[in-house]
Write a protein that binds this ligand. Structure first.
Ligand code: GLN
Ligand code: ZN
Length: 759
């Protein structure tokens, strides 16, 4: 029999029960039992769901109250000194203090750093280690969850983050070498493996996604010594799990490691199958990741069956397992909960539960179980319908892309020339002031939107409130003397959703939540078809605001790369194509704004950097189409229309060339926390265009004073010329309150005045 296994499952629950329980506990830390009960019920429900969907073996210890990397740090007692007293006194409180900080009972602790898990939108807590760090087994969560699953009648495979990936994903507070800690860490892993063995676990899954990254000699040596050490212990069989890409040049290394099974991602990297089959050591099990754990589409089951048959032919049935490409953590739970989607699009979707059903169909078909045939036939029909759907393929969109000529991605003149034209037109002072777009989204605005969406309010009632808020916002900016105004974005729920809702080719789910970090979930839009803009999206409110003032009002758009990055996208065409379609839709919007008298337009691209592929060799290809897409969106305008972009917080050093190639007239970035450190990249590159380095940290309720902002501008002035500098906050103000925003912006305008006076 071909075994269906799973690598990991969503944690939140169909109604985001874990989120509710976590937040209730955080409000009142005596609510420990309800939180732990909810967690237990979710595990029970999800194991049952996975079994019923078709998994023979379910994962355990993939569940987490916050994050599996934090769990691993906790498990091996990698608890930084400052949290230790609390962790010892109240483990749950200590755990959450590491995750999110705490300010309670005289204890004031910052959270550990958080960063993105590979190229997903999931964020993990970065373990903080130091030279000489001691590790020991603290608690036995993996054993407990294994026993729990078994008591419920499941064959379960404990999931652990592998020791080398764990260290590579960590940082050291003293700058020492993380991998030097391996020898200290391994005994704790070995002890845990022994306990899992004694508890009766037949297999353990060791996740080593770092094996799909560019590795150096030291990393490879760490893999060799780690797995040699673990192989020699009393332990369950080890499944080495790799995902998110091809093993590539690390394939010989992976095959050399003394484990009992290997999982590979055949969705992201189907071409690696032959090489893996050709080099797989005898007796080793191969787990085929044939169903996409990163996207929401029904799989092509014939393709999955073909792969499976090839593997079975080479290895025999006993050595082939079926699985999703990676943990299902990155997709929503259950597509059958969606009741409001168009029927055709709904049929094309497979969320976590449906993906396991697909694997079972493949396994059954490969075994010749005739009862699986109707499911296969249905899947075939659905795939064929999607391929042929006129909602997916719009001839006009394809033709427009095909007929684009190269000049479409270029402004008419060089920046040096445009600059003169723009100066003439806008006559802005040195150190012009502006904001990044949104102003505080008060409870009043959010409630109004909820009333409007639920039908309680008419469009006219809702619009009246938005108009009132916008007018007040414009008036405020004018009164305090900001140079380039914004309309405030009160009409927007979210910077991607707002656009997706107005574009053809998008659908939105009701329950399609995916964990972003901790209790925070996002509901990404789904791009299912060719993207096209039926009507202007933002002109109305921008033009309304512009009509209220003689100062320029900046139009505000979300860029094509960011919309792409924060959505589930089509798997039937390259990402680059979808991105270019988005770019053309935005290009039309830019031109409509310009025609409506909006002559400064900002196209936000905060997600440009996070779209970088995992392997360096793929960067240039990505940056090529990403930058081209931005330019396609931006380049239709006249020389004296000023294009801004905003990129939040990014590491710019290794992408500065691409950022310069975007050729935005003005870029704003987040620099206040790092005290202008990020400007180094712009200085070294001699970045020629204008820059607004943020001088107000909008992630904190703190209000900086004039002197503080002047000091930051002075630092910026050390590396950039005064003619290049704009004065603005780090990012949008939507999460801030009005009180603090008022004070901070008054100071910001004053700081710019101080700087001007010195010139
Ligand atoms: N214009 C957006 C805003 O101000 C930008 C948000 C972002 O950069 N994430 O809200
Ligand atoms: Zn931002």
């Amino acid at each position: 029999m071909t075994t269906v296994t799973n690598l990991g499952f969503p944690r939140m629950g169909a109604r985001r029960e874990l989120k509710q329980a976590l937040e209730a506990y955080w409000r009142d830390e005596t609510q420990r039992a309800p939180l732990l009960d909810t967690a237990g019920q979710l595990r029970e429900r999800h194991w049952k769901m996975q079994r019923e969907a078709g998994a023979h073996v379910v994962p355990c210890n993939d569940f987490s109250l916050y994050d599996h990397v934090l769990d691993t740090a906790w498990l091996f007692d990698a608890i930084p000194e400052r949290y230790r007293a609390l962790a010892d006194a109240d483990p749950l409180a200590g755990y959450f203090a590491m995750a999110r900080g705490t300010q309670r009972a005289g204890v004031d602790l910052h959270a550990l750093e958080m960063t993105k898990w590979f190229d997903t939108n999931y964020h993990y807590i970065v373990p903080e280690l130091h030279a000489g760090q001691a590790f020991r087994l603290r608690g036995d969560k993996p054993v407990q969850e294994f026993l729990e699953a078994r008591a419920q009648g499941h064959e379960a495979r404990p999931v652990l983050l592998g020791p080398v990936s764990f260290l590579l994903l960590s940082k050291t507070s003293d700058g020492s070498d993380r991998l030097a800690l391996l020898d200290r860490l391994l005994p704790a892993y070995a002890e845990l493996l022994g306990k899992l063995h004694d508890a009766g676990a037949e297999w353990v899954q060791l996740d080593e996604p770092c094996l799909v990254l560019d590795l150096d000699h030291e990393d490879a040596a760490a893999y060799r010594s780690a797995y040699a050490a673990l192989a020699g212990t009393t332990r369950p069989k080890l499944l080495l799990a790799t995902y998110f890409g091809a093993l590539g040049d690390n394939l010989p290394l992976a095959q050399e490691l003394p484990v009992d099974g290997l999982h590979i991602d055949l969705v992201r990297a189907p071409a690696q199958l032959d090489a893996v089959l050709g080099s797989l050591p005898a007796d080793r099990v191969l787990s085929l990741g044939v169903v996409d754990g990163r996207n929401v589409w029904r799989a092509d089951l014939d393709r999955a069956m073909a792969i499976t048959r090839v593997a079975i032919e080479r290895l025999g049935r006993q050595r082939v397992w079926l699985a999703p490409s990676c943990s299902l953590l990155h997709v929503p739970l259950d597509a059958s909960l969606e009741k409001a989607l168009p029927a055709d699009v709904h049929a094309w979707l497979a969320f976590a539960r449906q993906k396991l059903e697909e694997l079972r169909t493949v396994a059954d078909m490969c075994k010749g179980v005739v009862t699986a045939y109707p499911a296969l036939e249905h899947a075939r029909e659905v795939i064929a319908a999607r391929r042929a759907s006129p909602k997916v393929h719009r001839l006009a969109v394809a033709q427009r892309l095909a007929n684009l000529d190269a000049s479409a991605a270029h402004r008419r003149s060089t920046y040096a020339f445009r600059r003169g034209k723009q100066q003439q037109r806008f006559q802005l002072p040195l150190f012009p002031t502006t904001t990044i777009g949104s102003f505080p989204q008060t409870a009043e605005v959010r409630e109004a939107r909820a009333r409007y969406k639920s039908g309680q309010w008419s469009a006219a009632e809702y619009d009246a409130l938005i108009a009132e808020q916008t007018a007040a916002c414009v008036q405020f900016q004018e009164a305090i003397g900001i140079d380039v105004l914004v309309h405030g974005e009160f009409e927007r729920n979210d910077m991607v959703e707002y656009f997706g809702e107005q574009l053809d080719g998008f659908v939105f789910t009701r329950h399609g939540w995916v964990q972003s970090y901790g209790s925070r979930c996002v509901k990404p839009p789904i791009i299912y078809g060719d993207v096209q803009r039926p009507a202007p999206m933002t002109v109305r409110w921008s033009a309304y605001a512009q009509a209220l003032t003689g100062r320029p009002v900046k139009g505000m758009l979300t860029g094509p790369v960011t919309v792409l990055q924060w959505s589930f996208v089509r798997d039937d065409q390259p990402r680059a194509t979808t991105c270019r379609q988005l770019a053309l839709a935005l290009r039309d919007e830019v031109l409509d704004l310009e025609a409506a008298g909006i002559r400064i337009i900002q196209i936000d691209e905060p997600a440009l950097r996070e779209g970088l592929p995992l392997r360096r060799a793929d960067w240039a290809g990505y940056l090529g189409w990403a930058v081209e897409s931005f330019r396609l969106a931006a380049s239709g305008v006249a020389d004296d229309t000023q294009i801004h972009t905003h990129m939040c917080y990014s590491e710019f050093n290794d992408i500065i060339e691409a950022v310069a190639a975007m050729d935005a007239d003005v870029i704003s970035i987040e620099t206040s926390r790092s005290r202008m450190e990020l400007l180094g990249a712009f200085e070294r590159f001699r970045y020629p265009n204008e820059i607004g380095p943020g001088v107000y940290d909008i992630h904190s309720p703190r209000v900086p004073d004039v002197a503080e902002m002047v000091a930051l501008l002075e630092k910026a002035g050390e590396v950039l010329s005064p003619e290049q500098l704009w004065v603005n906050p780090d990012c949008g103000l939507k999460t801030r309150g009005w009180e603090e925003t008022r004070k901070a912006l008054v100071s910001l305008v004053e700081a710019a005045r101080v700087m001007r006076e010195r010139m």
